[in-house]
Design a protein. Structure first.
Lengths: 109, 337
């Protein structure tokens, strides 16, 4: 297995939004989920995760709530807001377009 | 409702700093503990697990500061974005911008004007003697002439003064613009020509000197003036020797005989008073309404009673002078209303 790849600039927000779209999740779980779902390819820099969460919360795409964690500890759970859902759809479409375009260039050029 | 949430956030970050700080601390602590537990589960010693977790996380204080920055920076960014958006919107629709600015300007202006009036009339009222019995009197011609146009014909006023039993006293006055010159300086001064009893009817005494005498209502004897406190200060530098000195008003010499107290400048914004000396022709004027009048009700006479009596007075004048006085109704209003 190769060394986990650092995230492309600007994709962390998209991954976080997609991850919390499933269910409310705390920061640690978000990082774990991204790593697992990407087959250990994407490694979230933990130092960058929390500033990103706070930024997204500040922008109103996600909201935070304190809840009980699996091991009965208080943890901050993030979930997608209605505006965040719309934003995520738009960004997902953008990403599909971008990666398709890059794929096209790599194949033909 | 995104803006509501983000506003709530900003509010919390601004005013509930301690709570936000505490939450940030708890959040990161939770993360580290989970990571340490995870590491320990792979067989690390507690010490190793802790170090590995810290290493992976990077400096806790650094992350905290970055989180704080996200909130702070956003505040400033959002504010400047709001400002920019506001300016762009206004520039895009200059008509709307102009109307908005004008509306605000007029609103603020009108409020200022109203406040100035309220301030002058209600919050700093003149210290008139017994204001409840003081009334404004004028001849209503059935056309709305506004507050400033509540006037009296001199001859009618003269008749009323001599013939009514509802007034204890009545006084007439009229505005007059002067050019005041003393020691070579000429400046405009807003004056008022007043009957000799003007100050008595209002119940004010001079701060220095004296008021007018009835004999000074005659042309030739009328060259005396009483100045306001403000005028005394502005124009004469508060000269303690002013009384008895001579000034030129419209080229005629007037002797300053009195200075009024600081809080008296009725009718606002008068600067000096001179006697109302009418020529016989002016005194007989009935067509032109060129004076204003104030009166004191007799003790025990109500405004309604006075109105009824004045109605009869008007009808009598109308019969005697139908040419000039047809449709004229003498009206009174409490000074304070």
């Amino acid at each position: 297995m190769s060394k986990p790849t650092d995230l492309v600039q600007g994709t962390l927000d998209l991954l976080i939004l997609k991850t919390v779209a499933l269910e409310p999740m705390h920061g640690w779980a978000i990082a774990q989920r991204i790593r697992q779902v990407s087959g250990n390819v994407l490694q979230v820099n933990q130092g960058a995760l929390y500033p990103a969460l706070h930024r997204l919360e500040q922008q109103g795409w996600i909201q935070a709530e304190w809840g009980e964690s699996e091991n009965n500890r208080r943890a901050k759970y993030y979930s997608l807001t209605r505006a965040g859902k719309k934003y995520l759809q738009k960004e997902e479409a953008n990403w599909q377009r971008l990666s398709a375009a890059i794929g096209l260039v790599l194949k033909t050029a | 409702m995104r803006w509501v949430k983000s506003a709530t956030h900003r509010f919390r970050s601004l005013f509930r700093k301690n709570v936000v700080e505490h939450e940030l601390d708890q959040e990161l602590r939770f993360h580290l503990e989970r990571q340490i537990a995870e590491n320990a589960a792979t067989g690390m010693t507690p010490e190793e697990a802790r170090h590995a977790a810290m290493r992976e996380f990077g400096g806790v204080e650094k992350v905290k500061e970055e989180c704080r920055d996200e909130r702070r920076v956003n505040r400033i960014e959002t504010f400047s974005a709001d400002l920019g958006y506001g300016f762009r919107t206004l520039r895009k629709s200059p008509g709307f911008a102009a109307v908005s600015v004008l509306t605000l300007a007029l609103g603020i202006g009108a409020n200022t004007a109203v406040f100035s009036m309220v301030n002058a009339l209600l919050l700093h009222p003149y210290k008139f003697h017994d204001p409840d019995t003081l009334v404004r009197v004028w001849e209503d011609r059935g056309i709305d002439e506004g507050y400033d146009a509540r006037r009296f014909a001199p001859a009618d006023a003269e008749d009323l003064r001599g013939g009514t039993r509802v007034f204890e006293s009545m006084t007439t006055f009229g505005w007059r613009n002067f050019n005041l010159s003393n020691e070579g300086n000429i400046q405009p001064a807003l004056g008022c020509r007043v009957s000799a009893n003007f100050f008595d009817v209002l119940g004010v005494a001079p701060a220095a000197g004296r008021l007018f005498t009835p004999s000074e209502e005659q042309t030739g004897l009328d060259q005396v003036t009483v100045v306001s406190h403000g005028m005394w200060q502005r124009r004469f530098g508060g000269d303690p020797q002013l009384i008895g000195k001579t000034v030129q008003l419209n080229g005629r010499s007037y002797t300053v005989v009195g200075i009024m107290p600081k809080d008296f400048d009725y009718p606002v914004p008068v600067e000096l008073w001179v006697p109302l000396a009418l020529t016989p022709a002016e005194r007989a004027e009935r067509a032109e309404l060129n004076l204003e009048a104030l009166a004191r009700l007799k003790p025990g006479v109500s405004v309604a009673q006075a109105r009824a009596a004045l109605g009869n007075f008007s009808k009598q004048l109308e019969r005697e002078y139908p040419k000039t006085n047809a449709g004229r109704v003498t009206t009174i209003l409490e000074y304070w209303s």
